[in-house]
Structures are given as structure tokens and as C-alpha cells.
Design a protein around this ligand. Structure first.
Ligand SMILES: Cc1cc2nc3c(=O)[nH]c(=O)nc-3n(C[C@H](O)[C@H](O)[C@H](O)COP(=O)(O)OP(=O)(O)OC[C@H]3O[C@@H](n4cnc5c(N)ncnc54)[C@H](O)[C@@H]3O)c2cc1C
Length: 499
């Protein structure tokens, strides 16, 4: 669904430094433009992050309600896990089996050899990383009965006939309206046939437009950095660092050419994810209990998928993808994407103009802190040790050497080479966060500072990105935010059996 009408089709501003071997010379920032948002086109991997993430988060915002033990019930609340192995293990108590959103585990025999190889390097094989265990695992997916569990499918569909729920599809919210006392009292929106709507709020307004559009909407409404709003001739209602603190998990693709494939490939089962996935969480200091990087691996047996990932998902130049395809012809390929869990670099979202239909400017800021580039090179070095394991040796595995003229001045495989490679082939893992961060733009009850009756409830409020894919943490924020709204509005609800 990338690059289709259900994708916002954002691209970052070319920084002339990173991603220069992508077709757009920038990062293609896919975003779902439909009910369920990005959960309707994401890769469906279910990851919660590490307990340490939430403890640091709680300390930063000085509110113990964001500590791991306090957010865990909200992870559980939405989940409906269908996995008897995890259920009967010591992980079982950390899951729920009756929530709205189905979650299931991958069991794929094609990943066993790879898992053993990573084990040989000193990593653990774990059946579940939801409690923060490091190691390599077959992931959980937000899939149930062969159906994607987008937030729309899982949460909206079962209640869509409620008389107090109204959804305007294909409608762009363009502005939040405040009264003189800075109460958010209404929103303005444009329908697909350009009709202007004004919708009044009796209690409060909740913005959940995601890490790119939420800051855009706030800034269009007068909430943002004073200087930038003045440049845009937008009257300032609250001077806040909206749009700043943008961060993401950046990754780099590595392709391992494995053994020759048999000439007959069994037909694809249409109810399975077409590509077996392995996810590893590793810390360089093996005594550390939270990960430095995630290694997202895809086992590719079909050349169409290899090309698809190269040219379409990563958006790499055609010449590179052709080279990859030709050098791996008739061979299995392990595509590994080590990605940095705790980037120090920060980018920002700025308005391009006052026109709500104009896309905002996305400055990714990737590697603006040089530590991130050093670390990314280190993570590559850590992952490619796998080439010396028994399984890889037996398969005569080779790491594909892309022809990168920009890195030709460095010896292949040297540290400087990997830094160059990390810059030139940087790809997003699509985890944009932090642009309306808790502690600076919203308080720990998700209320926008300096105004009243306005909250943000989406991935933009994370002060720090969590250790892994962020769909489940964003849904956790939604669950927790919902309770805060009910509490602050004195709405009594008896549904919180997990709390
Ligand atoms: C290609 C891709 C793959 C991913 N894979 C995974 C994965 O496997 N696992 C994982 O955990 N995470 C994954 N993610 C990340 C995860 O899906 C997102 O981070 C998460 O869905 C973000 O949720 P959100 O509510 O903050 O924003 P979004 O999901 O982006 O939702 C925002 C919604 O608001 C709407 N909107 C925006 N502006 C306006 C406006 N002005 N008026 C009206 N509506 C508006 C949007 O159309 C959208 O529907 C992936 C993301 C992408 C793009």
C-alpha cells in the first residue's frame, strides 16, 4: 500500500548526506492515510519495547504512572493472544487472551538455521521478547484469523454502530479553534468535495494525527515555536517546541547470499506473511538488559520479494537492486536490517506554508549526532560476524558487496566503509516519534501546555522512542490516554479489569 492513495507519501527533505543511494535521495516516510492510520499498512509486528524504556520515560516526565509496571496493564488490555506455547510459559502472565486486538506468533521452519547461527554468536533464542528479554525470536504479529488487526479492524469495527460515534472519512482537519481563554472549542475541516466543516467540542478535543501531522495541525492552529509561527504569520497561542525532537529508528539493509534454492518452490500460502521474519535484540555489552539495536531479518526465497524490498520498500536505486538481484539469482537471501534503538539525533517538522494541504517539511536529522553513525557501524560489525557461523559457512554465504562509488575511497569492510555505507543506504524503519513530546509539549496526562481542553494521543507524545517497533506502545498510549480522559471528565467505567 506504500505509494498508493492510502499513503500520505511523505518524503524527508534531502540533507545531501544520508540516503543518497535511494531513488529520492531522501527518506520515503510512508504513513497510512485511512481508518486505522499506519496500523492499516504497517508490517504488523507486535513489539512492546523494554521495561527500561518506560522507567526512563517516567523519570523524565516525573510521573511514575508511565513506569513499566503501570503501563503493562494497558499493553495487556488491548491484546488477544492466541499462542498456547507462550500462554503456558512463564511469559503467559504478561499477556491477555481476551482483548480486542488479535496477536499471534510466527512458526516458520525456514528460520531455524538462522536462529542457531545467531545463537552461535552468543545470543539467546527466546520465544517471547514482550517482557524485554534480549535475544532472537520468531515475532508476534497483529494478525488474527488471517486478518490484519489494524486499530480500525480491531477497535473501531466492533463498535461502529454506536450512536455516539461519528466518523467523517476523507476529511482533513485543518485547524483547532480556541476561545479567548485558550480553551480548544472546535475544529475546522475540509471534506473531499471541499466543503468546510466546523465541529464544536463539548468537553475536549483529542488529536491523534500521528508524529508528522499532529505537529502540523498544532502549528497551523497557533501552537508551536514562536519564531517559526511568526515567520508563517500565524498568531501564537502557545509557544511550545512542537515538531522538534523528531526521532526514528534508522536502519541499514545488509544482504547475505545463502545457499542455492531448489528449482521448485512450493506455492505461497496466501494466508501467511510471504516472508519469514526473525527479530533479534542485542546489546554490545552482554550484561546490559536493554538492547542497543534490533536486527530485523527477512528470509527471501522469491526474487520478486527481494526486488520488491530493495526497490520499493527501501527505495534504493535501480542499479543497486539490479546488482543485488543478479548476484543472488537462484539463491536464498537473508536481508538483515540492523537498526539503532536509542538514536541521539533529532530532526524536526516545520510548516512549509499556512496552507493545510501543503505537506510539512520533514527534516529527519539522521546522524546529526555523530555517535549514531559510529553506533550504526558498530551494529553492522556485530551482525556480520554471523558469516563465520557453522550454518552460514555450510551455505557458502557471502555478504553482497554493493557497488557504491561514494564509498570507493574506503577499504571494503573497514569501519570507515561501514560508516559510509550506513550514511548512503540509510532507510527508515517507519517509527517517527517525539514531535509533541511529553514533558515539553504535553504534560504527563497528555494535555497540551498553555491551553485547555486539548490533548494529543498518538506516537508523537513519546519523549523517547521505545526499544522496538512502536505500534503496540502507541496503542498502549491510546488505552492509557482513554482512561485519563475518563478520569478527568469524571466518567466512571468498570471495564478496567487489568488495572
Ligand atoms: C510501512 C510501515 C511499517 C510499519 N511496521 C510496523 C510494524 O511492523 N510494527 C510496529 O509496531 N510498527 C510499525 N510501524 C509503525 C506504526 O504503525 C506507527 O508508528 C503507528 O501506527 C503510529 O500510530 P499513530 O496513531 O501515532 O499515527 P498514524 O497511525 O499515522 O495515524 C494517524 C491518522 O490520522 C490521520 N490524519 C492525519 N492528519 C489528519 C488530519 N489533518 N485530518 C484528519 N485525519 C488526519 C491519518 O490519515 C491517520 O489515519 C510501521 C509504519 C509504517 C509506515
Amino acid at each position: 500500500m506504500k505509494n498508493s492513495h492510502v499513503d500520505w507519501n511523505y518524503t524527508s527533505v534531502n540533507d545531501n548526506y544520508t540516503s543518497q543511494y535511494t531513488k529520492s535521495r531522501a527518506v520515503e516516510m510512508t504513513r497510512g492515510k485511512m481508518l486505522g492510520g499506519s496500523s492499516s499498512l504497517n508490517f504488523m509486528v507486535y513489539v512492546r519495547g523494554n521495561p527500561h524504556d518506560f522507567d526512563v520515560w517516567a523519570d523524565t516526565v516525573k510521573d511514575k504512572n508511565w513506569k513499566y509496571e503501570k503501563v503493562l496493564p494497558y499493553f495487556k488490555k488491548s491484546e488477544r493472544l492466541t499462542d498456547s506455547v507462550i500462554r503456558s510459559s512463564h511469559y503467559g502472565a504478561y499477556h491477555n487472551y481476551k482483548g480486542y486486538m488479535g496477536v499471534q506468533r510466527q512458526y516458520h521452519p525456514d528460520v531455524d538455521g538462522y536462529m542457531q547461527a545467531y545463537k552461535e554468536l552468543g545470543n539467546k533464542i527466546v520465544i517471547d521478547t514482550s517482557t524485554g528479554d534480549l535475544g532472537y525470536t520468531q515475532p508476534l504479529f497483529t494478525i488474527s484469523d488471517g486478518t490484519r488487526q489494524s486499530t480500525s479492524n480491531a477497535f473501531l469495527s466492533p463498535i461502529k454502530d454506536r450512536t455516539n460515534l461519528h466518523v467523517w472519512k476523507n476529511t482533513l482537519v485543518t485547524k483547532i479553534i480556541f476561545d479567548r481563554k485558550k480553551n480548544a472549542v472546535a475544529i475546522e475541516a475540509l471534506t473531499s468535495d471541499n466543503r468546510k466543516l466546523t465541529v464544536k467540542a463539548r468537553r475536549e478535543i483529542i488529536v491523534s494525527a500521528g508524529s508528522i501531522n499532529t505537529p502540523q495541525l498544532l502549528m497551523l492552529s497557533g501552537i508551536g515555536p514562536r519564531k517559526h509561527l511568526q515567520e508563517m504569520a500565524i498568531p501564537v497561542i502557545s509557544d511550545l517546541p512542537v515538531g522538534e525532537n523528531f526521532h526514528d529508528h534508522q536502519g541499514v539493509p545488509l544482504a547475505f547470499k545463502m545457499g542455492k534454492l531448489p528449482s521448485f518452490q512450493p506455492p505461497q500460502n496466501p494466508h501467511e506473511i510471504p516472508v519469514p521474519v526473525i527479530i533479534g535484540y542485542a546489546a554490545l555489552n552482554r550484561t546490559q538488559s536493554y538492547p542497543d539495536y534490533q536486527n530485523f531479518d527477512l528470509v527471501l526465497r522469491n526474487p520478486a520479494f527481494l526486488l520488491g524490498f530493495c526497490t520499493f520498500v527501501f527505495g534504493l536505486e535501480d542499479a543497486l537492486c539490479r546488482q543485488l538481484n543478479e548476484s543472488c539469482e537462484s539463491h536464498e537471501v537473508l536481508l538483515a536490517v540492523p537498526n539503532t534503538m536509542h538514536p541521539k539525533s533529532r530532526g524536526k517538522i516545520l510548516l512549509k506554508s499556512k496552507d493545510p494541504k501543503d505537506y510539512p517539511l520533514i527534516h529527519g536529522g539522521y546522524y546529526s549526532n555523530p555517535d549514531d553513525l559510529e553506533n550504526q557501524a558498530t551494529y553492522i560489525e556485530d551482525v556480520i560476524r554471523v558469516i563465520n557461523t557453522t550454518y552460514f559457512k555450510k551455505a557458502n554465504a557471502e555478504l553482497v558487496r554493493f557497488d557504491l562509488p561514494a564509498c570507493a575511497g574506503y577499504e571494503w569492510g573497514s569501519r570507515e566503509y561501514w560508516k559510509c555505507y550506513s550514511r548512503e543506504l540509510l532507510v527508515t524503519v517507519y517509527h517517527y516519534t517525539g514531535t509533541c513530546a511529553m514533558g515539553s509539549v504535553v504534560d504527563s496526562r497528555l494535555r497540551v501546555s498553555g491551553v485547555r481542553r486539548l490533548r494529543v494521543v498518538d506516537a508523537s507524545v513519546m519523549p523517547f522512542i521505545t526499544s522496538g517497533n512502536i505500534n503496540a506502545p502507541t496503542i498502549m498510549i491510546g488505552e492509557k490516554g482513554a482512561d485519563m480522559i475518563k478520569e478527568d471528565n469524571n466518567i466512571v467505567c468498570s471495564c478496567n479489569k487489568f488495572l
